[in-house]
Design a protein around this ligand. Structure first.
Ligand code: C2E
Ligand code: MG
Ligand code: MG
Length: 592
């Protein structure tokens, strides 16, 4: 060390900053050297040319270099390239006296290449006697632990703890950035996804099962996309995906197809297999004014539309979907009026239920239609959800029950094979939860004189899974009336043997998605076979829904399915109960 530097050691003012006691301690050079050498803080003395002229052990250890290796190096050579210019300039400013002292957080490149964070304090050293600048004293404190904690916190703030996927905030930022840097903004595609029937799994199998399901869902979404895409979880069962540089809708469609297929695969949870699905809305910016928020909202609207049209599918956003939201409000008002006098606007269509080996009709399913005064004939998909959400399904369902029982009695009463014929009525979860439901059913049977064993109540699987305690009790009460119970759309929910056994069920209706998937690949056929086998084991009848092709009927018969329903046999119509295969009715169907 030069004499002048020694003079500083002797003075110590610039190092220790004006502490009188400390000054006294530093009055001895030997003592100063001890402090310098043994300080836990890394210290480097740097001359006016920026060269390191001395370092202590802590500094050497922090950087991974020996004292000799550091000698005569420039400090800025020890930091990542991006930071070098800034550091050199800051040091020159301090050395010249232009700026007094500087405390910053600075990255260093260790000898082994590792980049580490440190708090760097630089202050000017000058001669106590002449006041001339001697250079800079740099003090370096290892802040790796704090930095990594900070990084973890930042990560936590922007990621979902369960799946470790980016959260909504980070996702929105990424969409915004993608829109800013895209040469063609319409190549940015946002998907909004919602797991179908998640709530049912969560409610019936418990939260940890729900969590497991979400983790699997996240992995499948990552698997179905590229590394450069962003998959995010928005909370609950909502996910979002950002795709950049998507040439056309077809390319987005391929990804959406892959996701839909992947999510249809059963998920092992505990000892059970759970089958869910996913509804996806797809949107891209339509105009230059569409920012991240608009695109996200449109994808959300499209997702709702996908849910509304039967779930387990994807839909591209269309501006008319916004109109649909407005439409809904009008629909609700109209529905309220129509339900007040149900017979004037509602009609039941009936679809035959066929015994596959003999082609004989063994019953019908009642399906409601709404002859809307302005919109024409509406299908259940157009209004059942609104009816359920508003509670209007309770009075509407009561009318459907009465109407179907009355019609069935009128068609078949006194026929020789009367006892074979059943009428199935769909009931929604809202109806079953309603306190009057059991007495409504009893009243419909009494008023129509239809024997109870001829009435089948169809309840969708997802409804049965909700509120298990109450559901088991309600179903038990219905069974005591003598009616039969069917699980509708089986396979779309939490399909587990153990839970099926809890319910007094007679019939399983296999969802048409399985019938469709059955001929596609071996896995699809295996699923259908499993369901039919499951029905057999539990002593239940299985009915296949949505049979459209003769080949499906053949396959189903091979798999041991006895009964079916579908366009192959007949579409729902007003007169299904008097089809050719039914013995002559004693009364023509009455047109409402
Ligand atoms: P669901 O009970 O599963 O009824 C079967 C649906 O599949 C009917 O649709 C029927 O027309 C259709 N379908 C039958 N065969 C085929 C086929 O071969 N191919 C295809 N692609 N479809 C076929 P719909 O009438 O539109 O009814 C839809 C859903 O609305 C019903 O599904 C049921 O859950 C509900 N629904 C209908 N009527 C009522 C009702 O009175 N009350 C309640 N709560 N829900 C009802
Ligand atoms: Mg049904
Ligand atoms: Mg069904």
């Amino acid at each position: 060390m030069s004499d002048e530097w020694n003079a500083i050691h002797g003075d110590g003012r610039d190092v220790a900053r004006q502490d009188r006691t400390y000054e006294a301690v530093l009055a001895s050079e030997a003592r100063f050297r001890a402090v310098f050498e043994h300080s836990a803080v890394g210290i480097a003395l740097i001359d006016t040319d920026g060269r390191i002229i001395a370092t202590n052990a802590a500094m050497q250890q922090f950087l991974g270099y020996s004292s000799e290796e550091l000698l005569n190096r420039q400090l800025y050579q020890l930091v990542p390239d991006d930071d070098a210019n800034g550091l050199a300039a800051a040091m020159a400013a301090i050395s010249s006296g232009a700026s007094p002292e500087l405390a910053i957080e600075q990255r260093y490149t260790r000898r082994d290449g590792e980049i580490v964070w440190a708090a760097l304090t630089m202050s000017r050293a000058h001669s106590a006697t002449s006041g001339k600048s001697l250079g800079v004293i740099a003090m370096v404190q290892d802040i790796r632990t704090r930095k990594s904690l900070e990084e973890r916190l930042t990560h936590q703030a922007s990621h979902d703890p369960l799946t470790d996927l980016p959260n909504r905030t980070l996702f929105r930022q990424r969409v915004e950035m993608a829109l800013q840097r895209a040469a063609h903004r319409d190549r940015v595609v946002v998907m909004f996804l919602d797991v179908d029937n998640f709530k049912a799994v969560n409610d019936s199998a418990g939260h940890s099962a729900g969590d497991q399901l979400l983790v699997v869902a996240a992995a499948r979404l990552l698997n179905a996309t590229r590394g450069s895409d962003t998959v995010a979880r928005f909370g609950g069962d909502e996910f979002a995906i950002l795709l950049e540089n998507v040439r056309d809708d077809e390319e987005a469609r391929i990804v959406a197809d892959r996701i839909t297929r992947a999510m249809r695969q059963p998920i092992p949870i505990g000892n059970e297999m759970v089958t869910v699905g996913i509804s996806t809305g797809i949107a891209r910016p339509h105009s230059d004014s569409d920012g991240a928020d608009e695109v996200l909202r449109n994808a959300d609207v499209a997702m709702y539309s996908a849910k509304g049209s039967g779930k387990n599918r994807y839909q591209f956003f269309e501006p008319s979907m916004h109109t649909a939201v407005v439409d809904r409000i009008g629909l609700e008002t109209d529905l309220r009026h129509a339900v007040a006098v149900p017979a004037s606007e509602f009609v039941l269509h009936y679809q035959p239920l066929v015994q596959l080996d003999t082609d004989t009709v063994v019953g019908v399913e009642a399906l409601v239609r709404w002859n809307h005064p302005r919109r024409g004939e509406l299908q259940p998909a157009d209004f059942i959800t609104v009816a359920e959400e508003t509670g209007l399904i309770v009075p509407l369902g009561r009318w459907v029950l009465h109407e179907a029982c009355t019609q069935a009695f009128a068609w078949w009463h006194g026929l020789p094979d009367e006892h074979h014929m059943s009428v199935a009525v769909n009931v929604s979860g809202k109806q079953i939860q309603d306190a009057t439901f059991v007495s409504d059913v009893a009243a419909a049977l009494a008023d129509s004189r239809l024997p109870p064993e001829r009435l089948v109540l169809e309840i969708t699987e997802t409804v049965i899974m909700h509120r298990t305690e109450m559901m088991v009790q309600r179903l038990q009460e219905l069974k005591e009336l003598g009616v039969h119970l069917a699980i509708d759309d089986f396979g779309t929910g939490y399909s587990s043997l153990s839970y099926l056994q809890q319910f007094p069920i007679d019939i399983i209706k296999i969802d048409k998605a399985f019938i469709e998937g059955m001929e596609r690949d071996a896995a699809g056929a295996a699923l259908t076979r499993t369901i039919i086998g499951l029905g057999g084991t539990l002593g239940l009848s299985t009915i296949a829904e949505g049979i459209e092709h003769a080949s499906q009927r053949v396959t189903l018969e091979d798999l041991g399915c006895v009964m079916g329903q579908g366009f192959l046999f007949a579409r729902p119509s007003i007169a299904a109960g008097v089809g050719e295969n039914v013995s002559k009715p004693n009364k023509a169907p009455e047109k409402k």
